[in-house]
Design a protein around this ligand. Sequence first.
Ligand SMILES: [Zn+2]
Length: 308
Amino acid sequence: MATLLIQDPVFLQHHVPSGHPERPQRLEATDAALADARFAGLTRAHAPAAPLDRVLLAHDAAYVDELAKALPETGVVQIEADSYLSPESYAVALRAAGGACLAVDEVMAGKIANAFVAARPPGHHAERDRPMGFCLFNNAAIAARHAQNKRGAARVAIIDWDVHHGNGTQAIFWEDPSILYASTHQMPLYPGTGAPSEAGFGNIVNAPLAAGDEGEEFREAMTARVFPAIEKFAPDLIIISAGFDAHWRDPLAGINLKEEDFAWATEAVMDIADRRCGGRIVSLLEGGYDLTGLADSVAAHVAALMKA
Ligand SMILES: [Zn+2]
């Protein structure tokens, strides 16, 4: 079975002020990398808009309404310290969430082996009732809830290797033992959460790294903390919050991973997924702000997924 790649030109229509790191050029870089002949075997699809009731699985109606009403007629408007809206941003965010849900549909139906969703804006900082850190809707949280509500997944594990802690995903599932949230991230760093003591109801696993850490420390954190927790949890589906800003070239953080480290992590998660959940993995792009580091890392990640 093939790997599904969800791409959509609509993701370029969420605009930010000049100089903002979470910019459309990120996806132009990943789309160019994934146009290479070695990715010809991918099944490709565009992203449908998520219906509102699906977004409300992870967000308050008042917040979603507020976001829709805050859209500017032209230009960009700031809605939070690091987050902006342009005229199409709400529609684009619905498509990012919808792409994640389509990936869940296809993987849970057994039509494809696994999936990668190359969407923006990212999602893991968005909380139930507020945008945060470039994120509008929490795509991973919406996808996990959709898998549970409509696609028969009782237990979903979310692995988050973005260099920033996914405070939004952690907060949304803090009291929910049917979801495991496991994260490696640089600490201290934005957003400030993610200490090992933050454990929810035993369903949150935080394995922070320190500035300057490299592949060796990343692999150790994954092997010692994250993977055993996933194995023990025995999920029906694994969602990866796949940020690539722990790459050594990334300007927003100080972890020094190479694309081989992301390929290694991908294959290790695939190995767990093969044994625990029929190989079912849905990977969602989060951060990654150096265009070369991002494109190379996404290529390594997707190439690994295609080995399924
Ligand atoms: Zn990040």
